[in-house]
Design a protein around this ligand. Structure first.
Ligand SMILES: C[S@@+](CC[C@H](N)C(=O)[O-])C[C@H]1O[C@@H](n2cnc3c(N)ncnc32)[C@H](O)[C@@H]1O
Length: 343
């Protein structure tokens, strides 16, 4: 999924640090999980705990981390003869979705031309509305289990960015339709790694959660600048919650008072990080950060050494790929960091 700070390209480096520092570890916590990419990757080796303030992230986690196998959908097979709900939605003709009552079409009435916005086309909005309403109905009537429900909502959310008329985030939509908007929306079949362990997913403040869990490796990937995540991904949040929020303004933002992160505030980032490391009951701590983040490298070092074993502190520098070809001077200065300490 397109997501600011997604660590798909850093997985090998994170694994390298873990292999060097924590070869005997059995569990890993991805406390700022975002797309759940890191948690999903490490699930093949570890019992995984994942967490994020964003509900749509939680849904992706619940569907693929806490849920430990591809759902069978026995209820749908028995009662509705639907063998494969992803295929059911994706092969359905749009004319069959027109039966959905107008007032149930939140995406079409809000994010599509019908609602005066251009995040998705009217047709794709109806596809999303149809799938989302149907899964909600199936869950309420007991046709799908909780695991199956979260898996299906995760697949619905994962499909949305592929047809979104944005440059990646949802702070604004383009005024003309981009090519990707004309593609047919499809529910995206997520894969599920089965590891047979007691994996857990959470949707709360990271520092608060760390008071209640413990394990071997804590991977911390906080926001590093002032851009709050929720306003940039509000459409995905609504796809996940489908709670008919009162949206505001040209961009149709949903309220997000309870989902602001202190890591995005210059005045609060260091104390938020301090709280996190203080609360951590994990032996190995690995932080992902950037040299142009709100916390300086010396802030980070001070906090980590305050609670960890000073001599184990180590910084791994990774050149910033995204600036590589464009600006050689920036490449030299900006670095992605992996920072390790043993607690
Ligand atoms: C850099 S992104 C993580 C990206 C993730 N590693 C990935 O690969 O997709 C930072 C994440 O931290 C979450 N976040 C920010 N503050 C948080 C907090 N106090 N507790 C939990 N999650 C938080 C944001 O919602 C966002 O998803």
């Amino acid at each position: 999924m397109r997501f600011i700070g997604c660590k798909t390209l850093l997985l090998d480096q994170i694994k390298g640090v873990i292999d060097e520092k924590a070869p005997d570890a059995k569990s890993l916590c991805d406390i700022f999980s975002g797309t759940a990419t890191v948690a999903r990757y490490f699930k093949q080796w570890y019992e995984v705990y994942s967490n994020d303030l964003l509900y749509f992230s939680y849904v992706l986690q619940k569907g693929t981390i806490e849920n430990d196998r591809m759902p069978e959908f026995e209820g749908l097979k028995a009662d509705l003869s639907i063998q494969d709900p992803v295929e059911y939605f994706n092969s359905m003709d749009i004319s069959d979705m027109e039966a959905l009552e107008q007032e149930k079409r939140f995406f079409q009435n809000t994010y599509a031309p019908t609602g005066g916005r251009m995040y998705v086309t009217d047709e794709n909005a109806l596809r999303i509305d149809f799938a989302r309403n149907t899964v909600e109905d199936w869950y309420k009537s007991g046709l799908v289990s909780e695991d199956e429900y979260f898996y299906l909502v995760a697949c619905i959310v994962e499909g949305v960015p592929f047809v979104s008329n944005t440059s990646g985030t949802y702070g604004a939509f383009h005024k003309e339709w981009e090519r990707r908007s004309y593609k047919k929306y499809e529910v995206y079949r997520l894969s599920v790694t089965e590891n047979g362990k007691n994996n857990r997913s959470y949707n709360c403040d990271g520092a608060e959660l760390l008071k209640h869990i413990q394990g071997d490796i804590l991977y911390i990937d906080p926001p590093y600048n002032e851009r709050q995540y929720l306003p940039n991904y509000h459409v995905l949040e609504t796809a996940a919650k489908y709670d008919f929020p009162e949206v505001r303004g040209v961009t149709g933002q949903r309220p997000y008072e309870n989902q602001k992160s202190d890591f995005c505030l210059k005045t609060k980032a260091v104390s938020a990080f301090d709280e996190l490391i203080k609360n951590a009951r994990f032996q190995h701590i690995i932080l992902s950060y950037s040299t142009d983040g709100l916390m300086s490298v010396s802030d980070i070092e001070e906090v980590m050494k305050k609670y960890g074993k000073e001599s184990s502190f180590k910084i791994y520098e990774i050149p910033y790929r995204r600036y590589k070809s464009r600006n050689a001077t920036l490449t030299d200065k900006l670095k992605e960091l992996l920072v390790y300490i043993e607690k």
